[in-house]
Write a protein that binds this ligand. Structure first.
Ligand SMILES: Cc1cc2nc3c(=O)[nH]c(=O)nc-3n(C[C@H](O)[C@H](O)[C@H](O)COP(=O)(O)OP(=O)(O)OC[C@H]3O[C@@H](n4cnc5c(N)ncnc54)[C@H](O)[C@@H]3O)c2cc1C
Ligand code: FES
Ligand code: FES
Length: 1343
């Protein structure tokens, strides 16, 4: 038993080194400990909730039962440090380093171009590394499983998987699926390609250059830990912190004694439920009991009638055990195990399954629990134990409802779970539907079991449990009882659906929303179960006395039975190889790895928050409004200031200069305009202290009217941020009079969260002299941060230096906002005279920073019966949020780009940015284009439906065909657009596959396929000349090494790599002789934001200019000594007093727009492209599978095809997220619910199309750009809409079959909820519908 006052030493190993913590704080997580105490900063914080995988490390432990060493991946952000007693932790630093030895995993992920910003990379490396420690040659399935718990916002996953696949057994190097040909064989590529295939490369890396995996090189399990594990101490270990004591008993007896003594103390197993609850719901427990050292809780025993699994077994272990039983036993006995296995495949990610225990899962009784519904119907029993002895509790509806009489007593713990075998004539199934296929909590899940009387179809026993439709798992006892004795037939099905809908009564206002969808799933799942049982009975028919009297399932309906498999993307990437005459040393046009790729993979790439703590540093936490529109009556910070470590509270009054602008204030002074509006900030010695103090600040408000959240309310209140933007050509009204048909419609496009993996961060260091400040900030626009800090502090710009080493993803979200955080942190630094660090946690970042503008569009399109569009009138309303930010510019860009690829003579486009009481929306990749063009493309599909023609025909008919002028009178040639379109049709075998899709749809009622191809004309650049200027500074040092600095920021898009390629070509020296350190306002002043897809281009021109200036200066020396080396020439230049430093400058492309006249030349050039996608939808659940995507993109002469293909793939997947899964949810009070990866689903690896092909169109035009390259940063976003239109195409197929009108309102994202409800059928007809006027909904649509 523990000694009351003593704190034990915590002993564990990290990367082979022993760590002994004498006064460990149980509240500290492994992530914090690694980063702060051990300075192992390779492990990253991105969400803090186990949902993104950025903090993945490997833990190794000796399993006391099998005596084997187990290696498993975990998310360090959820692991309490005290739980690691006796464990060995391996972080990315322990795997390999660029300074010593790279591990093959690190090498391959980097060289296969699997890193862009690199923030997710260490986590990915650790999951792959752990996989290889367990399986030297894993299967593809295992690789997918290992990476399923990771998020990457940049790459689109395909290249990460490509790197990982090189370790797999089946790695065959060929990704040209289904053709029987290998893309690497001569002539293996599609013969109908427009260009000679000899010019086309399909390899982005050379696999044969990779070092082999040598398992003998791996760190061994520390012998000291082995000895400790072999002779485990039985004594209780106690770790006492300031607020919390962690007690880890060594025996079950002690654990039970402790539980009796501290009945309120939770038993911390995996901490994946407790940890997030303590963090987000403020649960606090002064004593925590750890069962980690009790082997009895991990015992598994097999009996002749079932399986008993220790409550301490991890879900990953449970999965293995169940798989083993399934392989050992006859199918009839393993029905429940199979159903559990099905759920375990998609339950969370691998890391969570490694950590979470079966006991913790059951006891948590989450409403979304995937296992409890199955365990409940499978008649599982809980074996509980206390000092009093053991007893059994059925895992039934009473336990699940938390009835005291059916629950554990406070002094009891769960020891194990008994799961009985199923029997003959018993059928068990599991179902779940979530926003995405993998790593997403289910909206609804279910476990269903039926026992039929032997040899009959009569129901003897039936159990149906649902998750997601109440506060916990719901068992539908009443319905099931009423169905006993009924035959398993259609009549029973009808009756069952009616009863289930009655019993699972979900009110219209139910938390989580999606009420009608959930009701539909309740019956759709039962229908699936009904069919599954019928299918199984068919097999058993031979045992029936009268043979085959079961209802037959028609082949047409069989598709209801299949689930979509989880698959990883395969595909081919095509690009034009460099001219064979190009010098080998010249890297331009070659697929060079990202400059920081290897450092990303080893965790040695430094991000803003990786900068070590500086002397006297303080931590800042922001305090934001909880009201949407209110007057601030008072702010009381007295209690906060009294807390230990708190230094000050920073308010608007503390700003020495200006508090932002009148429209965009940095901090609210007397009025708040949204929930999340920054009111003040606390600075304290530590982050924990600052966070606690922020919670103690008491703000009183007086609510103000009006409160506007939705676009329709904004229109009603005439609430706009800026004047109308309008472009018009021809005579729209006249044209409407002359057309055959007119269609009008509405389009709603939801917003989008940037979800850059690195949240907003800044470190401000005031210097001792002259009010100088050094600011390290994660931004796309350091000059803007510098300027804003200057005006906020009222000091000249020349005292402030902003440094950007690299940014962990920006996507537009780090253009404007970092200046706000930089300025507030700077006020804190000046007021306290100490450095201030501000790191937003994910929740705050999502709450405060805004994102892509939601859009509501209305269109009226007039056309002839042959599909020729004669007139188009579009009105767009953007939800700008509460401040101007970039909303006016976004509206302008939206209007300018709205015509996309179509020549329509009579056009009228009008746009407004609505002012609402939501966080201000801002720049986001594509800047209005991805939302706006969804309206244009929706018009096309509407016209197609009316004309009875396929949408691609309407697109072709109306596309620009010859040299022409845009709506704003800018001349351009669409030749490349047409080439992209044709090549995409060709490469995707569009027409033949379209026929196959139609055939499939004829044969399948419950699954439908859809296909869509979209063209794209995307204008690159800012519509203003001054924004196209760029500068660079190039120094040549006396050893010949070159330092390049330019105005662009490395956001993951590979700008620094491209700049080195430019410098290398210009100076004719290897890339290895050139270096880029950082972007700094002291080196290159007055820069513009790295945005609008133009960063590499304009900065490349500036670097080129600087290099050419230097080369010109060196020319006489080179002429004099032509055989000399670069170093000789530099030495000579120095001797001759020739300046070896030059500033390069690019004045920028001329660009202007006259909005009065509606004319201009706003964009330097266009990027063209086309994408074709094919999907399959499940009409019963709304799920979809992306079968294939083919993209053809015009990169002209790509500077770096690997980087450019990476941009295309990454932006396509991000666009796909916008249009399919990423859904912001706001409460009726304007509070953003979706503030983390649990609630907001960006695409994960399983969401990438099964076949994903990208071709860069061989060079064609000569744009006025650096080496005729094109900027591809943003354009691919819109091409993701091909997936959206493929989904709506599939839904339309369902409508046609069911005789439902095809003209549905277009809503993006096309979530499973939307798809299910759009595929109306007998089940959606059954569900009760609510009158929206009778209740307050859980969430409101804001677009
Ligand atoms: C990112 C993420 C994704 C997830 N996705 C899914 C998903 O898709 N589907 C799904 O169903 N779930 C999901 N979960 C939930 C997950 O399954 C549960 O959090 C997990 O199973 C809880 O187990 P644990 O060991 O971590 O419990 P802990 O957090 O350690 O404990 C939870 C509760 O159980 C009690 N407890 C633990 N062990 C015992 C015991 N032996 N005796 C008595 N009481 C005990 C504790 O006192 C505590 O009250 C997800 C969780 C995370 C973090
Ligand atoms: S999973 Fe730990 S930071 Fe996201
Ligand atoms: S590279 Fe994966 S998040 Fe940026």
């Amino acid at each position: 038993m523990p000694c009351p006052s003593k704190s034990d030493d915590l002993v564990f190993f990290v990367n082979g080194r022993k760590v002994i913590e004498r006064n460990v704080d149980p509240e500290v997580t492994l992530l914090t400990f690694l980063r702060k105490n051990l300075r192992l900063i390779g492990t990253k914080y991105a969400c803090g909730r186990g949902g993104c995988g950025a903090c993945t490390v490997m833990v190794s432990k000796r399993d006391p039962l099998s005596a084997k060493i187990r290696h498993f991946s975990i998310t360090a952000c959820l692991v309490p440090i005290c739980s690691l007693y006796g464990a060995a932790v391996t972080t990315v630093e322990g795997v390999g380093s660029i300074n010593t030895r790279l591990h093959p995993v690190q090498e391959r992920i980097a060289k296969s171009h699997g890193t862009q910003c690199g923030f997710c990379t260490p986590g990915m490396v650790m999951s792959m590394y752990t996989l290889l420690r367990n399986h030297q040659q894993p299967s593809e399935e295992q690789l997918l499983e290992a990476l399923g718990g990771h998020l990457c916002r940049c790459t689109g996953y395909r290249p990460i998987l490509a790197g990982g696949r090189t370790f797999c057994v089946e790695s065959d190097g060929c990704r040209q699926k289904g053709t029987g040909k290998c893309c690497l064989d001569p002539g293996g590529n599609d013969a109908s390609s427009l260009h000679r295939e000899s010019d086309i490369c399909t390899e982005l890396f050379a696999e044969d250059e990779f070092q082999p995996l040598d398992p003998t090189q791996e760190l061994i399990f520390p012998p000291e830990l082995l000895r400790m594990a072999e002779k485990p101490e039985k004594q209780t270990l106690t770790f006492r912190g300031e607020r919390v004591t962690w007690i880890s008993p060594g025996t079950l007896k002690d654990l039970l004694e402790l539980k009796a003594k501290h009945p309120e103390a939770p038993v911390v197993s995996g901490n994946t439920s407790l940890g997030p609850a303590m963090k987000s719901q403020g649960h606090f427990y002064p004593i925590l009991l750890s069962p980690a050292r009790i082997p009895e809780l991990s015992v598994v025993s097999k009996t002749s009638d079932g399986l008993t699994v220790g409550a301490g077994c991890s879900l990953a272990h449970v999965k293995d055990i169940l798989a083993e039983r399934v392989s050992e036993l006859p199918e009839e006995k393993t029905q429940t195990y199979r159903a559990l296995l099905k759920q375990l495949k998609t339950l969370a990610g691998q890391q969570i399954r490694n950590m979470a225990s079966l006991g913790g899962h059951i006891i948590s009784r989450h409403c979304y629990s995937d296992l409890n519904p199955v365990l409940a119907v499978g008649n599982a029993t809980l074996n509980v134990i206390s000092e009093e002895g053991t007893r059994q509790i059925p895992l039934n509806e009473h336990f699940l409802a938390g009835l005291a009489s059916a629950d554990l007593k406070p002094e009891e713990i769960l020891e194990s779970v008994y799961i009985p075998h199923s029997q003959k004539w018993e059928f068990v199934s599991a179902f779940r539907q979530a926003q995405c296929q993998q790593n997403a909590l289910a909206d609804v899940n279910a476990g269903m079991r039926v026992l039929l009387r032997e040899g009959t179809d009569t129901i003897e026993d039936l159990s149906v449990s649902y998750g997601g439709v109440g506060a916990t798992t719901i068992s539908t006892q009443k319905s099931c009882r009423q169905l006993v004795g009924r035959s398993w037939n259609e009549l029973m099905l009808e009756e069952a659906c009616r009863l289930l809908l009655e019993e699972v009564s979900l009110p219209g206002w139910a938390p989580g929303g999606k009420v009608e969808f959930k009701r539909s799933l309740v019956v759709s799942f039962f229908f699936k179960f009904y069919l599954e049982v019928l299918q199984a009975l068919k097999k058993l028919a031979k045992f029936m006395p009268d043979g085959h009297h079961y209802p037959e399932i028609s082949d047409h309906f069989l598709s209801a039975l299949e689930d979509f498999p989880i698959t990883g993307p395969q595909g081919v990437q095509r690009y034009q190889s460099v001219d064979s005459r190009q010098a080998l040393q010249d890297p331009v046009g070659r697929p060079i790895m990202h400059l920081s790729g290897l450092k990303h993979a080893t965790g040695e790439a430094i991000f803003c928050d990786d900068i070590p703590m500086v002397d006297r540093e303080l931590f800042m936490v922001l305090v934001t409004s909880t009201r949407a529109h209110a007057k601030i009556i008072s702010i009381d910070w007295s209690e906060a200031l009294e807390l230990p470590g708190v230094v000050d509270v920073i308010r608007a009054e503390d700003i020495p200069g200006t508090n932002g602008t009148e429209e965009d204030k940095l901090m609210a002074a007397d009025e708040v305009l949204c929930v999340g509006h920054i009111i003040c900030a606390v600075v304290a010695e530590t982050d924990v202290q600052a966070k606690s103090a922020a919670e103690k600040i008491n703000i009183t408000y007086e609510d103000l009217e009006p409160v506007i959240f939705t676009i329709s309310d904004a229109i009603k209140h005439n609430s706009f941020l800026c004047p109308e933007k309008k472009l018009e050509q021809g005579n729209v009204e006249e044209a409407f009079d002359q057309v055959d048909q007119i269609v009008e419609g509405e389009v709603h496009v939801g917003g989008q969260e940037h979800f850059y993996m690195e949240t907003q961060r800044v470190l401000v260091i005031p210097k001792a002299e002259d009010k100088e400040l050094d600011i390290y900030v994660s931004t796309q626009d350091p000059a803007h941060v510098q300027k804003t800090v200057s005006s906020t502090l009222n000091i000249p710009i020349n005292r402030i230096t902003c440094h950007v080493k690299r940014v962990g993803g920006g996507f537009g979200g780090k253009v404007g906002k970092p200046a706000v955080f930089g300025a507030i942190a700077a006020v804190g630094a000046i007021k306290t005279g100490r450095p201030v660090r501000l790191v937003l946690d994910r929740e705050d970042d999502m709450l405060i920073t805004g994102g892509r503008h939601p859009l509501f569009g209305k269109y009226k399109v007039g056309f002839m019966n042959n599909g020729r569009i004669k007139a188009l009138d579009i009105e767009c309303f953007l939800n700008g949020g509460c401040m101007l930010d970039d909303s006016e510019l976004v509206t302008e860009f939206l209007i300018l780009k709205l015509e996309n690829a179509y020549k329509i003579r009579n056009l009228r486009f009008r746009g407004w940015a609505c002012m609402t009481h939501l966080p201000s929306n801002t720049a986001f990749r594509g800047f209005g284009f991805p939302q706006g063009t969804l309206i244009t493309e929706s018009c096309i599909t509407a016209v197609a439906a009316k004309c009875g023609l396929p949408p691609e025909k309407i697109r072709e008919k109306n596309m620009y065909k010859t040299v022409d002028k845009t709506i704003y009178k800018q001349a351009f040639s669409p030749e490349t657009l047409i080439r992209c379109w044709n090549e995409c049709l060709d490469k995707s075998s569009f027409h033949s596959r379209r026929m196959q899709v139609e055939e499939f749809n004829k044969k399948n009622y419950w699954k439908k396929k859809g296909m869509a191809i979209v063209p794209m004309k995307f204008s690159v650049g800012f519509a203003a000349t001054s924004y196209h200027q760029a500068a660079a500074l190039v120094h040549i040092y006396t050893d010949g090494s070159v330092l390049v600095t330019h105005g662009g920021n490395e956001l993951g898009q590979g700008i620094h790599t491209k700049m080195l390629q430019v410098a290398s070509r210009e100076l004719k020296i290897p890339m290895s002789s050139v270096h880029i350190c950082e972007t700094s306002t002291a080196m290159v002043p007055n820069t513009v934001a790295t945005a609008a897809s133009i960063g590499s281009d304009v900065n490349g021109r500036a670097v080129q200019d600087a290099c050419q200036i230097l080369l010109k200066r060196l020319e006489p020396i080179i002429k004099k000594n032509p055989d000399g080396t670069w170093e000789d020439w530099i030495e000579a230049a120095f001797e001759q007093r020739i300046s070896l430093s030059a500033t390069g400058y690019f004045r920028g492309y001329k660009a202007f727009m006259d909005w009065e006249k509606g004319e201009g030349d706003p964009f330097p050039y266009y990027v063209y492209g086309a994408a074709c996608s094919e999907v399959e939808i499940d009409c019963l659940t709304g799920a979809h599978k992306k079968i294939r995507a083919d993209i053809v993109m015009d990169a002209c002469c790509s500077l770096n095809p690997a980087i450019d293909i990476g941009q295309v793939e990454g932006s396509f997947i991000q666009g796909m997220g916008l249009y399919t899964t990423e859904e912001l949810k706001y409460s009726p009070e304007g509070v953003l619910y979706s503030r983390g990866p649990d609630e907001y689903k960006i695409p994960a690896i399983a969401d990438v199309p099964e076949e994903f092909n990208v071709s860069l169109l061989p060079s064609s035009q000569n744009p006025p750009t650096i080496y005729s390259s094109k900027g591809l940063g943003e354009s691919g976003m819109f091409l993701g809409s091909s997936v959206f239109f493929a989904i709506t195409d599939a839904v339309a197929a369902a409508h046609r079959e069911r005789g439902i009108a095809e003209d549905f309102t277009v809503r993006s994202p096309a979530t499973p909820e939307w798809v299910r409800m759009a595929c109306a059928d007998r089940f959606t007809e059954m569900i009760p519908r609510d009158d929206p006027k009778t209740f307050k909904p859980w969430s409101i649509p804001i677009a």
